[in-house]
Design a protein around this ligand. Structure first.
Ligand code: PFF
Length: 453
């Protein structure tokens, strides 16, 4: 397939790998996964999550990179071009278009949480956690949530940081940021894990995460593990597809995907181990939910030697992770705008930045002034966006891409792009054609209350 106009390319395979790992490793790994593990009873949930990553996540990530690289366009035009090549209906472009919007919706709430993290860097660095107990930590967090103006400042800063990088383009922006932030993230991670091994209760943490107790496994836990596998690997909305569209032809998609998925899962597990080791060492609650990072951890940092520095480093790590993910959330829309309108990348970045800034304001108000505004099923604005994207839009996007690659595209095109031998190709194809669609459908049926309950 030929390329449209001049498009930037990653300067190396490393650049692509770091950028895609940067997209995958984010708040999902550090904030969400540990609390989901905590709430869903630990190890059994971890096992289901790992199974989802390997059986669905890896094949689907390969699929998305493959679609992007073959199309050499933004996800919306890319799906259209691939549909034309396969003589399939042009309506497939809607998969790409829905993805662009999913990215914008996700950033609307992602930026708020990232803003909290920025605020907590300052709190940790200024020693605010020292000697703090449970009620005080809760009060500190509640007070913060009740102050929309403070949240607005951090949200604004995060949007500027994100769009500031994207405005500079693929090489000078995305690639450069990831080349600096990702190694820094891994370095901080090692320090943190070392620290929590030294002062935390690592063995209890490992036991909590790895001794399977299937009695705790509920259908809801399985559904959320699948949804989270999508969210964690950034699948189903075109972020990986657009990154794949900047990837050189000679790079092996399978090998690269495996490295990225292992890095993503590895970081999630290591962070989980480190967090729970600190939580257990301080006799705190593992199942604290979304407040785990903002209410429980500060207590641990506040009572440990060197807690100020470690706390600051921790929230810095979370910021880097969130930043590199946020960049990938807007790139599909930015690529679409620059490839379809007369807007430059900078102007597109302004447009998307302002849109997401406004959306974020609605989200941050949902924690205070608009607390009683419910959108659907009694969910507030924040929860509606979170559920709508990670349990519906991303799996649906993933399902559509799997069906497209598995049934619509010509086999030779898929094989040519993936470059797999016959055996591995057959396994991939079976996962994409049968396993992934059936698993995703089962989740939807469950959500609709047809089965389960
Ligand atoms: N994978 C990111 C995380 O785990 O935090 C979130 C995300 C980024 C989802 C980009 C989707 C996406 F396109």
């Amino acid at each position: 397939m030929t390329q449209t106009g001049h498009r930037s390319m990653w300067s190396s395979r490393w650049a692509f790998m770091l950028a895609t790992a940067g997209s995958a490793i984010g708040l999902g790994n550090i904030w969400k996964l540990p609390y989901m593990i905590g709430v869903n009873g630990g190890s059994a949930f971890v096992l289901v999550f790992l199974a989802c990553i390997f059986l669905l996540g890896i094949p689907l990530m390969m699929c998305e990179i493959m679609l992007g690289r073959r199309a050499q366009r933004n996800p919306a035009d890319g799906m259209l071009a691939l549909a034309r090549e396969a003589r399939a209906p042009a309506a497939w472009k809607w998969v790409g278009i829905a993805g662009l919007f999913a990215g914008l919706l996700i950033l609307g709430f992602y930026s708020i949480i990232a803003g909290w993290v920025l605020d907590y860097i300052v709190r940790a660095a200024s020693g605010e956690f020292r000697g703090i107990d449970g009620p005080a930590a809760k009060q500190q967090f509640d007070q913060f949530l009740a102050t929309p103006l403070q949240m607005l400042v951090w949200h604004t800063l995060f949007i500027v940081m994100t769009l500031g990088v994207v405005a500079r383009g693929v090489n000078a922006g995305l690639e450069k940021a990831n080349m600096i932030l990702m190694p820094a993230l891994f370095a901080i991670l090692l320090v943190l894990v070392g620290y929590s091994m030294a002062v935390g209760d690592f063995s209890r943490s490992a036991q909590f995460m790895f001794t399977p107790d299937f009695s705790k496994l509920t259908p809801v836990a399985v559904v959320s593990a699948l949804g989270h596998a999508f969210f964690s690997l950034s699948l189903g909305m075109g972020a990986v597809m657009v990154y794949g569209s900047y990837l050189q032809r000679h790079v092996s998609i399978a090998r690269t995907t495996i490295y990225i998925a292992v890095a993503d899962t590895g970081v999630g597990i290591l962070i989980g181990l480190a967090i729970f080791a600190l939580v257990f060492a301080n006799d705190l609650e593992a199942g604290a939910g979304p407040g785990l990072m903002f209410q429980t951890l500060p207590i641990a940092f506040g009572s440990m030697p060197g807690g100020d520095i470690i706390g600051t480093l921790f929230f810095l790590l979370v910021t880097f992770a969130a930043w590199t993910s946020a960049i990938s959330l807007v790139e599909p829309a930015i690529a679409w705008l620059t490839e379809n309108t007369r807007l430059t990348r900078k102007q597109s970045a302004w447009l998307i930045g302002i849109t997401d800034w406004l959306l974020g304001i609605a989200v941050l108000l949902s924690f205070n002034e608009w607390q009683h505004v419910h959108i659907v099923f009694g969910l507030g604005i924040f929860d509606t966006l979170d559920k709508l994207t990670s349990t519906i839009m991303l799996p649906l996007g993933g399902l559509a891409m799997a069906l497209f690659a598995g049934y619509v595209m010509k086999t030779e095109h898929v094989r040519e792009e993936l470059g797999l031998g016959m055996g591995p190709y057959r396994i991939w194809r079976a996962l994409i054609r049968y396993v992934a669609p059936l698993a995703i459908l089962a989740v939807f049926l469950y959500l609709l209350g047809v089965i389960g309950n």
